[in-house]
Design a protein around this ligand. Structure first.
Ligand code: C5P
Length: 462
């Protein structure tokens, strides 16, 4: 047993350690680690991970890895693996089998890991005994490196006669194995049978690689994967699963448009942009590549979304066209139907000759334009309809007129309160009928709409 535990010392030394730890406000483990660091110039303790090495994008904050080292010559590489994982900000606990301790000492593992290694299933004497169930569960991923033929055999048949195998049987986390053994052992039908069973149980493997073995004259498949390969596999397993819209491009319009009368005055409407922005956020959370074309609103740019801010309907159309081709188009903007035909270049003056005559001209219909595109039409085009009466009838007519696939219709009469508010009650009108959703927050409408879009694109509905 290495000196990072306090098992083989007398009770009064333990008591002194306890008092010292309490006086310094440190845990027992920390206290012993610091003591060891003070007394050992050549076993420095990496107190904090190297801050220059950035945590890779997509790896959840403070991911905890339980590393199990079993007994093979490749165990020496586990020290480097520990260092690489810590550099990347993972917090680590290490379990070593009895055989592993023949290759590397718990002392060197503990010094590099920043915490004493766990070695015994029944270790009541140790202050570090957290129990195999907690060890098995208090982590986000279990990595076994090296994984010997023997440990794989035990896992495949569900043995639990030491700490490593008990933890592996008790864990409900993903397990990553980095097998390492002699090529003849790797190729043996028993090992291959065990491997198959483990893979069927959901275990993931990295390596083994082909090449020279540590034993002289031996070559073939059986070398443990390199530490950085194991780190990369662990990071991939810890990254969040790709969202249902991963790899899809979506363009969304939101907010009002401002149509100038002169340089200081404009025609506008009461749209807040909240629903469109919420859809952009929900689509980004679902993994889509999102372009949000928004009219003037007071909302911040949603994170992870390409946001294009525009003023007028014509600018909005240009920005939408620039965002094509796209798989999905959602047109939630309250685009002004008309603009002033000849907006004054200078501020209109009250010159006593009465109010100015403003002649209006029609704005481009962005939804209809995109719906009728020949080559760049998104596979799914969704329009919105703000109605104050006969909501569903008008929305059905709009679906036809605009040529889109769905209309999301809402009641913006005073009772409805959708414009500017935080809640919305919508109906989804498509060729397959009408779906009416209960009043819910605009965020929830957005999430449900994005889920429905994802289902439609994978052919579950349209
Ligand atoms: O015709 P109406 O304005 O009621 O249609 C609403 C739908 O059409 C919304 O999806 C809106 O974003 C879109 N629209 C548009 N361009 C316009 C007018 C409306 O994209 N000029």
């Amino acid at each position: 047993m290495g000196s990072l535990t306090v098992r083989n010392v007398s009770e009064d030394v333990k008591q002194r350690l306890r008092l010292r730890a309490a006086a310094n406000g440190r845990s027992m483990e920390e206290e012993i680690r610091l003591l060891l660091a003070e007394s050992s110039a050549d076993a420095p303790i990496a107190a904090t991970p190297d801050a220059r090495i950035a945590k890779p994008a997509g790896t959840p904050a403070a991911s905890r890895i339980l590393l199990i080292i079993s007994g093979g010559i490749a165990a020496y590489k586990s020290l480097d693996l520990i260092r690489r994982l810590r550099e990347r900000g993972f917090s680590l606990r290490v379990v070593m089998t009895k055989a592993a301790q023949e290759f590397v000492t718990p002392m060197s593992v503990g010094a590099i890991a920043g915490e004493a290694a766990f070695t015994d299933l029944f270790d009541h004497a140790s202050e570090f005994d957290v129990g195999h169930i907690r060890l098995a569960r208090d982590n986000d991923l279990v990595v076994v490196a090296p994984a010997t033929a023997d440990l794989m055999a035990k896992m495949a048949s569900g043995h639990a006669d030491d700490l490593a195998s008990a933890v592996l049987l008790a864990t409900n986390r993903k397990i990553l194995l980095a097998p390492a053994m002699n090529p003849a052992m790797w190729g043996h039908p028993a090992t291959q049978r065990n491997l198959k069973r483990l893979i069927a149980d959901g275990v993931v493997t990295v390596g083994p690689n082909a090449g020279e073995m540590a034993e002289s004259g031996e070559a073939g498949r059986g070398r443990m994967a390199e530490p950085l390969e194991i780190v990369a596999a662990a990071q991939a397993l810890l990254a969040p699963a790709p969202g249902p819209l991963a790899g899809k491009r979506i363009v969304i319009t939101a907010g009002p448009t401002h149509e100038p009368i002169d340089p200081v005055r404009y025609i506008a409407n009461r749209s807040s942009g909240k629903q469109g922005h919420a859809i952009a956020r929900a689509a980004a959370a679902a993994g889509a590549d999102v372009t949000l074309v928004t009219g003037p609103v007071t909302l911040p740019d949603p994170p992870g979304v390409k946001t294009v801010r525009v003023e007028t309907a014509r600018d909005m159309l240009r920005a939408v066209e620039a965002a094509l081709p796209s798989d999905i188009g959602v047109f939630a903007a309250a685009v002004a139907d008309w603009r002033v035909a000849e907006a004054g270049e200078r501020k209109l003056k009250k010159d006593g000759s009465g109010p100015p005559k403003l002649s209006l001209t029609e704005n481009p219909d962005i939804l209809a334009t995109v719906s009728k595109l020949k080559s760049k039409r998104p596979a799914l085009v969704v329009g919105f309809a703000a109605e104050t009466e006969q909501v569903i009838e008008h929305a059905k007519a709009k679906l036809k007129r605009k040529g889109c696939d769905w209309i999301v219709a809402n009641d913006v009469s005073v009772q409805g309160g959708a414009m500017g508010g935080d809640d919305n009650a919508v109906h989804i009108i498509s060729a397959s009928g009408v779906e009416s959703w209960p009043v819910q927050s605009k965020d929830d409408v957005a999430k449900s709409l994005v889920a429905r879009i994802a289902a439609a694109l994978t052919g579950q509905s349209k």
